[in-house]
Write a protein that binds this ligand. Structure first.
Ligand code: SAH
Ligand code: SF4
Length: 351
């Protein structure tokens, strides 16, 4: 239990014996003022001291490292959790928005070989409070920089739909209490079909990003092992259901790997998947990780692939690579930092 795991009524129990309005006051401190209870100077000093030492109100995250890149526009936190597990959070400032990329698990069990988190394996699910507190830390950093946190993306460590109940409770808290709109919250999934279906029945139409990376089953089976369980046909049907029920546009993430998924025929197959769903494609050259032999497609190849997709009638964005210098870019988060990542044998890839 940590301070952002508590519900308002849990907080009422922590404040038993105090006037009823105190719980709301402390809640507003946590979610609007973004300060810990012990720093709420409008509370009586004795109460502040009591709250400061209550184990139910401890923070979930202790910063073990804070790094910045891109002239201070990208910030990465490496957090240590109460049991010693490590996760990372990345905040990116852009001209008109500030986006935080949060982790939903310590490690990941999905085993995508090209991803540093996948290479490190699974440690555990994060609690709702551990997820929400990452967003609060980012919102506070934005406030200190005279900005406002505008977007939350679940593209840090872990597979959010594998930790569904805690992730969804965090989404509701971020929406209801921190005040971000559903259209500014995006879940990214490797393609857990039951999770995508469940998302279709939720009240909040959050954005959905599907990490596609391959548009035929034989390549996708090799790159993303989960495809063997839920192949493309089944995944596309679940995506269609999500688009119909949420009214939201879907996005497909595609990490371009040199000579692996960047040919003209890959573009044609991708277009064939994206067009019927009117999905937006985000391209990014594969970021380097210690345990995977393929390289990112060089810039000219990325532009060529984007052009081919556009000619085939697909909406495409080439994503800027943020935080490469501090291993904060997509797929590079490994918890212990790159020095602690465990390379896997190159022969495993078969690429
Ligand atoms: N598990 C979720 C969300 C976390 S990964 C998912 O897979 O969607 C966030 C994004 O980074 C995903 O799109 C993932 O495919 C991508 N990614 C992983 N490793 C990468 C790498 N080495 N280079 C570029 N993108 C990568
Ligand atoms: Fe997990 Fe996503 Fe990395 Fe795959 S890409 S191992 S699902 S974090």
């Amino acid at each position: 239990m940590s301070r952002y795991d508590l519900s308002l009524s849990d907080l009422g129990e922590v404040l038993a014996g105090e006037p009823p309005y105190r719980a709301r006051q402390v809640w507003a401190g946590l979610y609007h003022r973004l300060v810990p209870p012990a720093e709420l100077t409008d509370l009586p000093a004795t109460l502040r001291a009591r709250l400061g030492s209550d184990p139910r109100l401890t923070p979930a995250l202790t910063p073990s490292r804070e790094l910045s890149a891109d002239a201070g526009q990208t910030l990465k936190w490496l957090w240590s959790l109460s049991d010693g597990a490590a996760v990372e959070t990345v905040l990116m400032h852009y001209a008109s928005r500030s986006t935080v990329c949060v982790s939903s698990q310590a490690g990941c069990a999905m085993g995508c070989g090209f991803c540093a988190t996948g290479q490190a394996g699974f440690t555990r699910h994060l609690s709702t409070g551990e997820i929400v507190e990452q967003v609060v830390a980012a919102a506070r950093a934005c406030r200190q920089a005279g900005r406002r946190l505008s977007n939350v993306v679940f593209m840090g460590m872990g597979e959010p739909l594998a930790n569904y109940p805690r992730v969804w409770a965090a989404v509701e808290r971020i929406h209801d209490e921190l005040g971000l709109s559903a259209r500014h919250i995006t879940l990214s999934t490797v393609g857990l079909v039951p999770g995508v279906r469940r998302l279709s029945r939720e009240r909040l139409p959050v954005g959905l990003a599907v990490s596609l990376h391959a548009a035929n089953d034989s390549l996708r089976d090799r790159l993303l092992p989960i495809n063997r369980r839920w192949p493309l046909g089944v995944l596309m049907a679940a995506c269609e259901e999500y688009v119909a029920s949420s009214g939201r546009r879907l996005s497909f993430e595609w990490a371009l790997m040199d000579g692996v998924n960047d040919s003209r025929s890959d573009a044609a197959q991708l277009a064939g998947r994206a067009r019927p769903l009117r999905a937006h494609v985000n391209l990014i050259p594969l970021n380097p990780t210690p345990g995977w032999p393929a390289r990112g497609t060089p810039p000219a190849g990325v532009q060529q692939f984007a052009r081919e997709l556009r000619e085939l009638g697909v909406n495409v964005t080439v994503r800027r690579n943020r935080g490469l210098a501090i291993d904060a870019a997509c797929g590079q988060l490994a918890g212990a930092g790159s020095a602690g990542a465990h390379p896997v044998p190159l022969s495993r890839s078969g690429l």
